[in-house]
Design a binder for this molecule. Structure first.
Ligand SMILES: NC(=O)c1ccc[n+]([C@@H]2O[C@H](COP(=O)([O-])OP(=O)(O)OC[C@H]3O[C@@H](n4cnc5c(N)ncnc54)[C@H](O)[C@@H]3O)[C@@H](O)[C@H]2O)c1
Length: 336
């Protein structure tokens, strides 16, 4: 049994990872300022930890407060850190870049300093496909070794972190890291315990959910003139519990390896129209969809080459199925 510190564990992806860590009988310390995460999620996880007879501690704390953060490290004696906490809205990052560079990059430096001071040498970081920017279609599916030119401050803030983490690992022999580049994360836990509660939806599936449940009158497709079979953008959607299992695999991987960067996706894509059709099918509601012009900076196709994580970590996704992603997300959204 180990104890892990999870930043952002009250948020969408972090909470699903905490659940799997609990199932593997690990103790957990969540650090979250609840800016976009939820106390209710922490309460759910605390109850779950009790049933599995493991400990779950929660600190409502901003990573900017490095003094308090260090007191957590001093007290808790954790064996590793999984770092989810971040600001994640791409369009907001364009309007307010300093928020992203301070919360995502500056606060990651605070966290890394605490790790070095308290000799916590396993670090897993949530990166993003946004580091690839607007990729050349010839480079799809995207490999980790490919070109990274982010087109938003959000993507840049994550790419800076990748570089900083790698430099820290280079300078500190014992420090090991895994950087996971998530593609489009979707769905909610199959047992209905957890899901995405985020209030300001910017992701396609969330918007489709809100539309089918009547929280929005209609939704828009941004651009139908892309060079794709149906003219709409294509993305690689990964089910949140499969992504969570990639974090568990990463912890095992670090027992024997120094570190690396890994794409997390299924290696295939669905178009905006595919997703909307699936949502209409699973909800049984032919909700209103209108088309509008392209959004600036939306690449036509973003698909991962996932062979590295599959081969090197023996990651075996179980839910490579858009229907399950839409069904579980819908079941969760109905409860909000
Ligand atoms: N959702 C996606 O599709 C996606 C895709 C690629 C990468 N990611 C990355 O995954 C991670 C988790 O994303 P999510 O979708 O779960 O988002 P989320 O907003 O649900 O979770 C982020 C959590 O971090 C907390 N947080 C933010 N700033 C903090 C701070 N300064 N101190 C303490 N806590 C703080 C929030 O309260 C929240 O609980 C992020 O790093 C994000 O960049 C997400």
């Amino acid at each position: 049994m180990s104890k892990y510190l999870i930043t952002g564990g009250a948020g969408y992806i972090g909470s699903h990872v905490v659940k799997q860590l609990i199932e593997k009988k690990n103790d957990i310390v969540i650090v979250d300022n609840l800016s976009t995460g939820f106390q209710k999620t922490v309460n759910t996880l605390k109850k779950y930890a009790l049933t599995k007879k493991v400990k779950l501690g929660f600190y409502k704390l901003d990573l900017a407060d490095s003094k308090k953060l260090e007191t957590v490290f001093a007290k808790e004696n954790v064996q590793g850190v999984i770092h989810f906490a971040a600001s994640i809205v791409v369009s907001e990052s364009v309007r307010d870049p300093l928020k992203y560079y301070s919360n995502n990059t500056g606060n990651t430096i605070n966290l890394l300093k605490a790790c070095l001071k308290y000799k916590v040498n396993k670090f897993i970081f949530s990166s993003t496909a946004a580091v690839y920017g607007d990729p050349d279609p010839k480079t799809i599916p995207l490999k980790e070794s490919g070109i990274t030119i982010p087109i938003s401050p959000y993507g840049s803030s994550k790419l800076f972190n990748e570089k900083i983490i790698q430099d820290v690992a280079f300078a500190n022999t014992n420090f090991k890291y895994v950087i996971l580049r998530y593609f489009n994360v979707a769905g909610a836990s199959v047992d209905g315990m957890l899901g995405q509660s985020t209030k300001d939806a910017t992701h396609l599936i969330k918007i489709a959910l809100e539309t089918t449940l009547g929280k929005r009158e209609k939704m828009f497709i941004n651009g139908t003139d892309y060079n794709t079979p149906d003219g709409t953008c294509i993305r690689d959607y990964i089910y949140v519990d499969d992504l969570a299992s990639a974090h568990i695999k990463s912890l095992y991987y670090l027992n024997k390896n120094k570190g690396g960067i890994f794409n997390c996706g299924y290696g295939k894509g669905f178009s905006v129209k595919d997703v909307i059709s699936m949502m209409k099918k699973v909800s049984g509601n032919d909700f209103k969809v209108e088309t509008t012009k392209r959004r600036e900076g939306d690449p036509a196709i973003v698909i991962a080459d996932n062979s590295k994580i599959v081969n090197e970590m023996d990651w075996k996704p179980k839910y490579d199925d858009l229907k399950i992603m839409c069904e579980t997300a819908l079941a969760w959204e109905k409860k909000l």
